[in-house]
Design a protein around this ligand. Structure first.
Ligand code: PMP
Length: 333
């Protein structure tokens, strides 16, 4: 089989996504999905869109980009237009295009503990990572310079930092997949003063739309133009017509998740999460993972973190079941 593969396909170490279990009865706390259905006000436009599926979608997703810019302006007091917004098939695709557009063949500062897709794109697009150590799981923003990428809040640590200053001399990417669950402020307000800043967001978590696959980047129009060059050399229509429409109709959905997270923090030993998951300190992560799995509770375990598990915030009921299950282990018989 190998003989047909390109060198890249042979050598790449692909990202491993969390399991999507088959069958009923699972409490699924492993992929940071929102446990509540999307808040969508569907109107009768939908049948019009279905009729129009025979046509290709708007390759520039202009209406969606206008809506994203307007919503961000209302929230952050910014002056963004569609020229500052780039949309893609989930923020994973947006991030992959960012790596190709700005980092290919260059050096990139990245935290030692971070989203595990970053090293895969680095390998994919011949980027040399400059790994910056976290301290007590936290990012020391002062250590970053030139091209950089961080997630804020970070994954899988769940911790957020306040960003006031953007390093100069390279492109700085702040991945805000989880920012709507955080108290920390978005870096979107810094875009006007920093033409080297890209903020990346997604509809997957706070809008309960992981299945729709819509993510976006916000930044100076020259950076967005660069992203369009690569996108239009790869796939002109990454966001389908239904996805463009549905993303425009959805609203954020974070309050219950945040309330349950704050409750869970009082029940287990975890970091001070500002995301829709917690980074749980456990004595033996592998054993705990297996025990929970037997009880049909799925969390995320990585071999390189033997004393931590990442637990997505489910419904209040899910998390009460989760706490009951782990208390069974510790309660005297
Ligand atoms: N960034 C971070 C930090 C994430 O955890 C995820 C979800 N795995 C993503 C980006 C990608 O999300 P999506 O492609 O669903 O927008």
């Amino acid at each position: 089989m190998d003989k047909f593969l390109s060198k890249k396909a042979r050598e790449i170490q692909p990202y491993i996504a969390g399991i999507q279990p088959k069958g009923d009865g699972w409490i699924k706390l492993n992929t940071n999905e929102n446990p509540y259905p999307p808040k969508l006000k569907l109107n009768d436009n939908l049948s019009e869109i279905l009729d129009n599926l025979r046509l290709y979608p708007d390759s520039d997703a202009n209406a969606l980009r206008d809506k994203i810019a307007d919503d961000l302006n209302a929230k952050n007091g910014t002056n963004l237009t569609r020229e500052n917004v780039f949309v893609g098939n989930g923020s994973d695709e947006v991030l992959a295009i960012i790596f190709q557009t700005f980092f290919s063949g260059k050096t990139l500062c990245v935290p030692d503990v971070s989203y595990s897709f970053y090293p895969v794109w680095a390998q994919m697009y011949d980027v040399t990572p400059k790994v910056i150590a976290t301290k007590n799981w936290g990012i020391n923003w002062g250590d970053y310079s030139g091209n950089c990428i961080i997630a804020n809040p970070n994954a899988p640590t769940s911790l957020a930092i306040d960003i006031e200053r953007i390093p100069q001399g390279g492109v700085v990417v702040i991945d805000e997949a989880y920012i709507d669950f955080a108290e920390a402020e978005s870096a979107v307000r810094l875009i006007g003063d920093n033409d080297n800043l890209l903020v990346v967001r997604t509809f997957s978590k706070s809008y309960s739309l992981a299945g729709l696959r819509v993510g976006y980047a916000i930044g100076d129009s020259a950076l967005i133009e660069g992203l369009n060059r690569i996108k239009n050399s790869f796939n002109s229509y990454p966001v389908d017509a239904l996805a463009q429409k549905i993303a425009m109709l959805a609203e954020p959905n974070v309050d219950e998740v945040i309330a349950t997270r704050e409750w869970l923090k009082t029940k287990i030993d975890c970091l001070d999460s500002q995301a829709n998951f917690v980074w749980w300190n456990v004595e033996n992560a592998e054993e705990m993972y297996e025990y929970l799995l037997k009880n049909k509770i799925l969390v995320r375990y990585w071999k390189q973190f033997p004393n931590n598990l990442r637990v997505t915030i489910g419904t209040q009921n899910d998390m009460e079941e989760f706490v009951k299950c782990i208390e069974k282990l510790t309660r005297p018989k």
